[in-house]
Design a protein around this ligand. Structure first.
Ligand code: APR
Ligand code: PHB
Length: 393
């Protein structure tokens, strides 16, 4: 096991793996240290909508070949309310589209590329800890195979997700966090059935929000808003399909193909931002730094843009001997993060049933939905945010 690297990356989720791939392209040495097994990381089912900026970063990292073959370009989404469907055509409004390709597949491609390039990833590292990031000699330590390990490095990239050790290792006084917890969750089902149609359908309904998404022409991903106290064991497949269909316009309900679930899980909805993202030689990226509710499909895209900026900063540091990029990292990311936080919060507020809003709140949601689909300016604002903004230069 090597004892020194340039960048030690903690966490092999999409943020850590993409950062590793971008650094490899830039000729910078990096080792990834992950607490779980590769199979566990691969088994997590998460979102599946990629912004063009994310696709470009994956292209740049040399891992977009299968994405281009199997990813589904989407030019629109459908908003459903009052039993009607309303198309928001991104292509017409912004000239851009998004690509539907599961996070699991992105992770798979990144892992394969990493293995093919012979790059080091330590899986099943126990008791990972980060040290000395406020000095010139940072290091990452862990235990595996019954032995203690230490990896010395120039920088640590904290890509270890919301529950990771990196953010938790920053002294309380140096970090500020902002948080909102929503009074509901999403119950999600993955099934080997064809999707309801070409487009994703986001439905506002009096029984609660529903989303029809997809992974391929034969695999669908669906969600229904549920209470925070609900238990996934209490949801049979039949109950799920009935609830989903009850929340969709008739024309969509008729197109729902049901089948056995491959995966079923409940996720709470949460907004969270940590500021700043840099602490000496430690940089936070991805879910370690921020969480968005999934409504705007921004989680994976923000993780990608963070590591895009970070890889660029490290490339400038090693190649140009300039610390300007890593110096600007936190502010640059946070500008983008807060825009995505706003959009995700807004779309969540617009589409869900809130226990406490009452009749007035429902009428306001309805008026806003009518305005949104009736106004070119409002539709364009939605489209611009959904397809995502370009990276700053
Ligand atoms: N030491 C090492 N690895 C750790 C530690 C630790 N102490 N704690 C967590 N990890 C690992 C996790 O096991 C996980 O594999 O860090 C990885 C973090 O991955 P993600 O949670 O997927 O976060 P990220 O890579 O930032 O990806 C963001 O994931 O949650 C979605 O919506 C989100 O799509 C977005 C994406
Ligand atoms: C998904 O396919 O899992 C998905 C799609 C769009 C979202 C959230 C999740 O907004």
């Amino acid at each position: 096991m090597q004892e020194r690297t340039e960048v030690a990356i903690v966490g092999a989720g999409p943020a850590g793996l993409l950062l590793g791939a971008l650094l490899h392209k830039a000729g910078i040495d990096a080792v990834i240290v992950e607490q779980r097994s590769a199979a566990y990381v691969m088994g997590r089912i998460r979102a599946g909508v990629l912004e063009q900026t994310t696709v470009e970063l994956l292209e740049h990292a040399g891992v977009a070949e299968r994405l281009h073959r199997e990813g589904l370009p989407h030019n629109s989404i459908e908003l459903a309310f009052d039993g009607q469907l309303h198309r928001i055509n991104f292509q017409a409004l912004t000239g851009k589209h998004v690509t539907v390709y599961g996070q699991t597949e992105v992770t798979h491609d990144l892992m394969d590329a990493r293995a093919a390039a012979g790059l080091t990833t330590v899986y099943e590292a126990e008791n990972v800890s980060v040290h000395g990031f406020d000095s010139d000699a940072p290091s990452v330590r862990w235990r595996s195979g019954g032995a203690e390990h230490e990896l010395r490095c120039d920088f640590i990239a904290g890509c270890d997700g919301y529950h990771g050790v990196c953010r938790a290792s920053v002294p309380d006084g140096a970090i500020r966090t902002y948080e909102k917890v929503y009074p509901f969750g999403w119950l999600g089902v993955l099934a080997e059935v064809p999707p309801v149609g070409d487009e994703l359908v986001y439905a506002n309904h009096e029984r609660g929000f529903a989303l029809c998404s997809q992974r391929s022409r034969t695999r669908s991903r669906y969600y229904v808003q549920c209470g925070l106290d609900e238990k996934v064991e209490n949801w049979s497949d039949v109950a799920f399909w009935d609830e989903l269909r009850s929340r969709l316009p008739d024309e969509v309900t008729l197109r729902v193909t049901t089948g056995p679930s491959i995966e079923k899980s409940i996720a709470p909805l949460h907004s969270f931002v940590a500021e700043p993202l840099r602490f000496g030689r430690l940089f936070l990226a991805g879910d370690a730094a921020h969480i968005v509710p999934p409504t705007g499909a921004k989680g994976l895209n923000l993780a990608a843009s963070d590591v895009g900026y970070l890889a660029r900063g490290f490339a400038e540091f090693y190649r140009d001997k300039s610390a300007a990029g890593i110096g600007a990292y936190s502010d640059r990311c946070l500008r983008r993060i807060w825009k995505a936080e706003r959009f995700s919060w807004w779309l969540t507020s617009l589409m869900h049933k809130f226990p406490e809003t009452g009749d007035f709140g429902q009428r306001m949601q309805h008026a806003e939905l009518e305005y949104l689909v009736g106004s070119a300016a409002a539709s364009t604002a939605l489209a611009e945010n959904y397809v995502g903004l370009p990276l700053e230069h």
